[in-house]
Design a protein around this ligand. Structure first.
Ligand code: PLP
Length: 389
């Protein structure tokens, strides 16, 4: 993480201030209409080339600046913005899938992505299958000549299994060379591992989480290296109305300067909370990919130099749903809320039986997203909540 000098690159990214003015932050440009000097220019410029402006929906100097920084953060050649992480996921599906295609999703995929496959994509004649993220042979067995897109998520949602990325990518390349591989890279935030070096075709980010860091912005991005794939994505983006507001883009640009610091702090704090949770008799298992024994820990150790600030607690069998929910209700510093990556620590209970389909899973787990409070304050809050029930 440190040898790439990510923070310095994000802060000193090239931009051209107006003559005579130099400051750390660039101006925020807003427009729907953008003026052309003549008809020839109006007819010539292509926004997808990212060197000219056509219409506010398709980019301004502010959105192009964020795209360029995100591209350098994870080594993509092209980045497109979307109004949320979920919109970015759906843009990839929309750009590359057609009736008759098959889509593959890991069992620990972000829930709304699975629901989109069950509903909208199914209505459009696109089938999907769910594979075990820890078993490349299971993925290989589910690939077919109709497979066009395989999603990866590392670590997976809620249960945080870190997949065998190399094994999964090799299974797709060997058995379904026609398929594209897309990674939901939100957990890694462009910092924990390098997915393009591993061979994925596309990444998406929920910039809503770590890149924004404030808990006050919704935004997503798609990154790609291949020019042909970018052209396809840009065409679909241009037909979809996926505009982002300049003020929100400004907030994410501001957030990027502190992203490596915040990510490292939340990583360290989550590991402290995880280590404490492992000593609690009520807790049967702490799911966090950097912990030995957590599912996929060996793949996390192989691919990653850091971890996000997420952990999930599995409780002893006598901790039924009502008890876990009562404990969550007793939390004071942790707030009950979706999302992660912001300053406030968040907790959400999940029923495993509702969110997994491959293996028999039951029990109520508690997903914790660590914010920027002192870890001892968070541990004291968890301690009092456990005691209260
Ligand atoms: C792994 C993952 N991907 C994508 C998303 C969607 O992001 P957004 O909330 O910006 O739509 C989320 C949101 O929680 C997520 O956890």
């Amino acid at each position: 993480m440190s040898d790439r000098k990510t923070a310095a690159e994000l802060i000193h990214h090239p931009y051209q201030p107006p003559a005579g003015f130099a400051a750390p932050v660039q101006a925020v440009h807003k427009a729907s209409s953008i003026f052309f000097k003549d008809v020839a220019e109006l007819q010539r410029v292509r926004w997808a080339d990212r060197d000219a402006y056509t219409y506010g929906l398709h980019g301004t100097p502010t959105t192009f600046a964020l795209e360029a920084r995100l591209a350098s953060l994870e080594g993509a050649n092209h980045v497109l913005l979307a109004p949320s992480g979920l919109a970015a996921l759906n843009l990839v599906n929309q750009a590359f899938l057609k009736c008759g295609d098959q889509l593959l999703l890991p069992d620990n995929v972000y829930g709304p992505s699975r629901n989109a496959a069950r509903h909208e994509l199914a209505n459009w004649g696109i089938t999907h299958a769910i594979y075990d993220p820890l078993d490349p042979a299971d993925l290989a067995a589910k690939l077919s000549p109709a497979t066009r897109l395989v999603w990866l998520e590392a670590a997976g949602s809620v249960t945080l299994e870190f997949p065998d990325l190399t094994g999964l990518i090799a299974a797709v390349r060997a058995n379904a060379p026609q398929a594209l591989i897309a990674l939901d890279h939100t957990w890694g935030a462009g910092l924990a591992f390098a997915p393009f070096e591993l061979g994925v075709d596309l990444t998406i980010h929920a910039l809503t989480k770590y890149p924004s860091g404030g808990g006050d912005v919704l935004m997503g991005s798609v990154g790609v290296r291949d020019r042909g794939l970018y052209e396809q994505l840009a065409a679909a983006h241009g037909r979809s109305g996926l505009g982002v507001g300049a003020n929100d883009v400004e907030l994410v640009l501001r957030g990027l300067a502190t992203l490596p610091l915040r990510y490292a702090a939340q990583d360290a704090a989550a590991r402290r909370v995880a280590a404490w949770a492992q000593t609690q008799t009520a807790v049967a298992q702490v799911l966090h990919p950097a912990l030995p024994g957590s599912p996929g820990h060996e793949y996390w150790a192989r691919h990653c130099t850091a971890a996000a600030g997420l952990l999930t607690l599995r409780f002893q069998p006598e901790w039924n749903r009502a008890r876990v929910e009562a404990m969550a209700d007793a939390l004071k510093v942790f707030k009950l809320a979706w999302s992660w990556g912001g300053p406030v620590s968040l907790a959400v209970p999940y029923e495993l039986a509702h969110i997994r389909s491959l293996h028999r899973n039951s029990g109520t787990v508690l997903r914790l997203a660590i914010g920027l409070e002192e870890p001892e304050v968070l541990i004291a809050d968890l301690e009092q909540a456990l005691e209260s029930v």
